[in-house]
Design a protein around this ligand. Structure first.
Ligand code: ADP
Length: 728
């Protein structure tokens, strides 16, 4: 049962909380708790009754509802009063009185004052009680029903004094009440007034007065049918007649009294049963209320849930609709942007293709032009060489020297253009071989020593001792970079100093980074030219070109090569003070040097005597020059001007050759295919390619067809002979 009430309480609390959402939540809570309190009081569950009454009172306070507070305060007071907890009762009655001052309701105030006075009486605070009663009595009540209810309270007051044995006061009160009563209407009050007045007179041994009062009460009792009063009445009448020595009457009243007592006892028993039954019924009602409340709550919850679900569903649908709308719009925008992007992409692709085509066309043009230039240049350089060897006249010697200078200049120029072209077309391949950096720089230093002396420059190499001995990289390209930069430094410095610095920046077990600086104290570069010098064909000035020569391509190649090697070239310079070129490059560490076949520095003239060389060359002038160069060394030279013929000749067992010089560009099958075919039946005879290496050719490619070596046109005679000497 306790459990159920608990549950009921909780559900009620929950429902009250939910009710906060509605318009009159607190009023409802006041009445709910009030009812609960009344019910519990009825079934003598006083603790609960007080708890709920307090709750109701608190809700009254929260809602600032004065009427409700007055009522709840008074009810609480009554509850404590009935429980004989007069102290608390008094507190609540007084509280009710105070509240009545705010919202005066005469009868309520009267009632509260009376009960406060009853409490005082119970606590034997006689003066306080009297003051409270007189304050209450000063209130004038006009309403007749309120008047009758007031008379009940007056009766209660008199009875309380009587119970407290304040007989005189009680008697006075009964007397004054008697004057106020309407004998035709308020019979029950009148009966009691007579009864108690009689008893008081009896206690004062004033038997005749007592008899008068009690005899008056008796007929009234027949109307009121108050058996309890009748019981008292009979007993006291018996006592009264006993005092008056009328024993007969005394006896007959006593007998009547006993009969009534027995009857009442039976009635009380029956009443008890009825009470029990009522209690049972009330319990049943209570259970049904709980059940109904639960159901109502469930219904409310369900409806609240369904409302919530509806709201959520609507919100969800709205959000989804908005989302779909924005997605749809997004999609449209995306499609539009996609189309725009596609168009732009298409345009970009076309532009890129055009740019690539243009770049390719330029590269091919450069390649073809330079290649075509090389062949006649070979003739010029070759013939100059031949003429110089034929002991010319002194006057001719000057002309030939100029011719040789111009030829060499052109050869360098063409080679540089080809180099740039190669780098820009990404046709350049990096080598990864182990080399000794210190040795490389020392070799460059010694090879340029003469040049340094010519310009009266001191020339130093500062090599960081921390740099590992062996590195992996591309020594050829590195040399190219250094040669260009140092050559420039020595060229543009007179009576000054050129320093090469190599410094270790970083090292771990596998890699290292080295910073290089080429410092000179030469003419320097004006500020506005610092960036320009790295561009194609850019020279400091026309005067510089006249005075120092050069093509204006060296730094372009250096910049591109440094980038390919993994660095970035920097230039600091001040006009008249000098320049510093610097860059940092990464290298892998090597354990030792790879075996590089040593170059035969020189050749023995006797080697060449009576050796037979087949020259495959279609250009008549080149045929003549090469043949002459070979014959000058006592070599027998046979010429064939096409690839097919060369293959046939080599296949002919009658002729044997010590070496073949194979031009790559030939009418019909070219030199590479001819070599490939020769290698099918002859793997021994050395074949050396003669080529003005173009964009698509490189040494590795030519060697892959079975050639043993490559001599590039225009030939540098010393290199030409040295290479041939290696194979015969
Ligand atoms: P060039 O073949 O003319 O030397 P470079 O590309 O090597 O071509 O150099 C471009 C120009 O940069 C040079 O003509 C010169 O004016 C300037 N230059 C390069 N190096 C130096 C230097 N060390 N000192 C002063 N000027 C230099």
């Amino acid at each position: 049962m306790k459990q159920k009430i608990k549950y009921f309480l909780m559900t009620l609390l929950a429902s009250s909380t939910l009710l906060f959402a509605s318009s009159t939540p607190i009023i409802d809570s006041i009445s709910i708790y009030h009812d609960l309190s009344q019910y519990n009081f009825k079934i003598h569950n006083y603790e609960k009754a007080l708890y709920f009454a307090n709750k109701s009172f608190q809700f009254g306070q929260t809602s600032k509802n004065i009427e409700a507070q007055i009522k709840q305060s008074f009810d609480l007071g009554k509850m404590y009063f009935n429980l004989k907890r007069f102290h608390e009762a008094q507190y609540y009655f007084e509280h009710s009185i105070q509240l009545n001052n705010l919202s005066p309701s005469d009868f309520n105030k009267f009632k509260a004052l009376y009960f406060a006075a009853f409490c005082a009486l119970e606590k034997k605070e006689w003066n306080k009680a009297t003051a409270l009663f007189s304050k209450a009595d000063s209130i004038k009540l006009t309403n007749s029903s309120e008047n009758s209810r007031r008379n009940h309270l007056l009766l209660r007051k008199a009875k309380t004094y009587f119970n407290k044995n304040q007989l005189q006061t009680a008697s006075n009160n009964f007397e004054s009440l008697l004057l106020k009563l309407d004998p035709n209407v308020e019979k029950n009050i009148l009966e009691e007034v007579y009864l108690y007045s009689g008893i008081i007179a009896l206690k004062n041994k004033n038997f005749s007065v007592a008899q008068r009062f009690l005899e008056k009460a008796l007929p009234l009792n027949q109307t009121t049918k108050n058996l309890k009063n009748k019981e008292t009445l009979l007993l006291n009448l018996s006592k009264c007649y006993k005092g008056l020595r009328n024993f007969d009457r005394a006896y007959s009243y006593l007998e009547e009294y006993h009969l009534l007592k027995m009857h009442l006892a039976q009635k009380i028993n029956a009443q008890q049963n009825i009470e029990n039954f009522k209690k049972f019924k009330l319990d049943e009602e209570y259970k049904t209320t709980i059940k109904k409340n639960k159901e109502k709550q469930k219904e409310e919850e369900t409806s609240r849930y369904s409302k919530l679900i509806n709201i959520l569903a609507i919100a969800l649908i709205t959000i989804l609709s908005l989302l779909s709308l924005s997605l749809y719009k997004n999609n449209i925008i995306r499609n539009e942007s996609n189309n725009l992007l596609k168009e732009k992409n298409q345009e970009l692709i076309i532009a890129k293709n055009n740019a690539e085509k243009a770049s390719k066309a330029r590269a091919e043009f450069l390649s073809t032009v330079s290649h075509e230039l090389r062949t006649p240049l070979n003739a010029i350089n070759g013939i100059t060489h031949l003429l110089l060897e034929e002991k010319p006249k002194k006057s001719q010697l000057n002309y030939l020297a100029s011719l040789q200078f111009s030829g060499n200049y052109l050869a360098t120029f063409i080679n540089e253009i080809l180099e740039i072209n190669k780098i820009e077309s990404n046709k350049i391949e990096l080598e990864s071989i182990s080399f000794n950096l210190k040795e490389l720089l020392e070799n460059i230093q010694s090879s340029l020593h003469k040049f340094a002396v010519t310009n009266n420059n001191s020339f130093e190499l500062h090599f960081d001792s921390e740099i590992p001995e062996y590195l992996i990289g591309d020594p050829t390209k590195l040399s190219q970079v250094f040669l260009n930069l140092i050559n420039n430094a020595l060229k543009f410095t007179h009576d000054g100093k050129v320093t090469i610095v190599a410094k270790l920046i970083y090292i771990n077990e596998e890699d290292t980074k080295i910073k290089f600086r080429i410092i000179d104290t030469g003419i320097g570069i004006p500020k506005d030219k610092l960036k320009l010098v790295f561009e194609n064909f850019s020279q400091g000035s026309v005067e510089i070109n006249r005075k120092y020569g050069g093509t204006g391509l060296g730094l372009t190649i250096v910049k591109k090569l440094v980038k390919v090697l993994g660095g970035k070239i920097k230039l600091e310079s001040e006009e008249g003070k000098g320049s510093t070129f610097s860059f940092t490059l990464p290298f892998k560490l090597a354990e030792s040097l790879e075996e590089i076949p040593e170059k035969v520095a020189n050749y023995d003239e006797n080697q060449f005597k009576s050796k037979k060389i087949l020259l495959v060359e279609d250009n008549k002038i080149n045929q003549m020059i090469t043949q002459k160069m070979l014959e000058n060394k006592g070599i027998i030279c046979l010429i064939i001007d096409n690839g097919e013929g060369a293959v046939q000749l080599m296949n002919d067992t009658e002729h044997e050759y010590d070496l073949v010089l194979m031009d790559v560009h030939l009418p019909g099958i070219n030199g590479t295919i001819a070599t490939q075919q020769i290698r099918n039946f002859d793997t021994k005879t050395p074949i050396i390619a003669l080529t003005a290496i173009s964009l698509d050719e490189n040494r590795e490619m030519l060697l892959s067809y079975g050639m043993n070596d490559v001599i590039t046109k225009p030939f540098i005679p010393e290199e030409f002979y040295t290479t041939i000497s290696k194979y015969i």
